[in-house]
Design a protein around this ligand. Structure first.
Ligand SMILES: *Cc1c(COP(=O)(O)O)cnc(C)c1O
Length: 405
């Protein structure tokens, strides 16, 4: 076998691209969806509440509200807090754009803060300099599936009347000690997109221990109507009133049937993700210049993503070249995320400037997400490690340039 890089015309480690994430769908899931399709309700039926109750039980929260995306979950949270013009919401620079977009949907002001270079999590010290009299809330992002230090965030925010919220879209199945993500903030948003811990195709959930907030979010997802169709028919009344400007963010019964079925195995899947992470950790411990993100003590990671940092001093090429070379080897690496305020919309339309969050911008230049999903086999993991060894050996400072033996 030639050791020439695939990007230089050598044989790739894999012929078919190994994706960075992939859903797990088993026959039980198919049966559950089929049954829902043949039932009386395709939407606003009994499976919605059944899914919400099962989800709440899994995360240990009092209430769960199902919506049709993680983005809708974040929007519902912002609307329920009555975020509006003049209100500032602090969000980390490294996240999916939906986190701060949700603030914009309400005409609020997203205020980007920096993150820890080694975990990419937002900490109290990153938030504090951005607090003003207009700060209403913080949306902590459990990046990659690792919970933020919520106790520190509450200690900073509570006395100032700032609400701590969680974008837990990466983190279903994660724990802080024995406490579950989904119970660590006033409201927590989850995504059920196919690359996340479990899926309903598209979908989202908000968890909270506050019954009033849950009721408000149920109204918001249903046009702002004061009661849903089933309650109306129970009361035998035609009367319903729109009391606020809501949206149609409902999750269908078909999707909820899939969700109920998926929830039964999400714990197993998170365990498999942790086992894969252990194998990666072991391999990279012996590879200079390739460093996984740090783990906070006492947490159970959900490993939506497995992210490594490449030390720019150790390699002759930048992250963009490492990305291309690994893709050429058949490894579906990815980058999560470009600091949100560097997107053209945030720069050109909203006026954000590069340089705002130096730690986030520095980390962004060094990170790659590696394939990570529960049905990855041990030989898939070995392929990823082999490809990274091959590419980093070829590009290492001091390696012989441009030749293969
Ligand atoms: C996936 C994701 C979202 C949005 O979820 P959708 O279900 O795709 O709308 C929001 N925030 C983060 C951090 C995410 O990873």
């Amino acid at each position: 076998m030639s050791s020439a890089l695939a990007i230089d015309g050598g044989d790739p480690v894999r012929r078919e691209l190994l994706p960075y994430g992939r859903q797990t769908i088993e026959i039980d899931d198919v049966d559950a969806v089929t049954e829902a399709l043949q039932s009386a309700f395709l939407t606003t039926g009994p499976r919605v509440r059944e899914f919400e109750e099962a989800f709440a039980a899994v995360v240990g929260a009092e209430h769960a509200v199902a919506v049709n995306s993680g983005t809708a979950a974040l929007h519902a949270i912002m609307a329920t807090l009555d975020i509006g013009p003049g209100d500032e919401v602090i969000v980390p620079a490294i996240t999916f754009a939906a986190t701060s977009n949700a603030v914009l949907y309400q005409r609020g002001t997203p205020v980007f803060c920096d993150v820890d270079s080694r975990t990419l999590l937002v900490g109290a010290a990153d938030i504090e300099p951005h607090i003003t009299p207009r700060t209403r809330a913080v949306i902590a992002v459990d990046y990659a599936g690792q919970p933020c230090a919520y106790d520190d965030l509450h200690a900073l925010c509570q006395s100032r009347g700032i609400t701590v919220l969680s974008d837990a879209c990466h983190a279903l199945g994660a724990l802080e000690g024995t406490r579950s993500v989904g119970t660590l903030a006033e409201m927590s948003a989850f995504s059920l997109h196919p690359v996340k811990s479990m899926t309903t195709g598209e979908g989202g959930v908000i968890s909270t221990n506050d019954a009033k907030l849950a009721a408000r979010m149920r109204r918001f997802r249903n046009h702002g109507l004061d009661s849903d169709h089933r309650e109306r028919s129970r009361r035998d009344s035609w009367m319903y009133e729109m009391v606020e400007l809501g949206f149609n963010y409902r999750l269908t019964d078909v999707a909820c049937a899939l969700g109920i079925s998926q929830l039964k195995r999400v714990g197993e899947w998170v365990s498999r993700r942790n086992a894969i992470a252990k194998d990666y950790d072991r391999a990279f411990a012996a590879m200079p210049g390739v460093t996984p993100l740090d783990l906070r003590p006492g947490v159970r990671h959900a490993y939506h993503l497995y992210v490594v940092r490449f030390d720019p001093a150790a390699f002759k090429v930048d992250r963009a070249q490492l990305f291309k070379a690994l893709r050429a080897e058949g490894i579906g690496v990815n980058v999560h995320y470009i600091p949100v305020y560097l997107h053209p919309y945030y720069r050109d339309t909203l006026g954000f400037k590069a340089g705002r969050c130096p730690k986030a911008e520095g980390a962004y230049e060094q990170i790659l997400s590696l394939p990570m999903f529960p049905t990855m086999q041990d030989h898939d993991v070995r392929d990823v490690v082999a490809a990274i060894r091959k590419v980093t050996d070829a590009y290492r400072v001091g390696a012989q340039a441009g030749r293969s033996s």
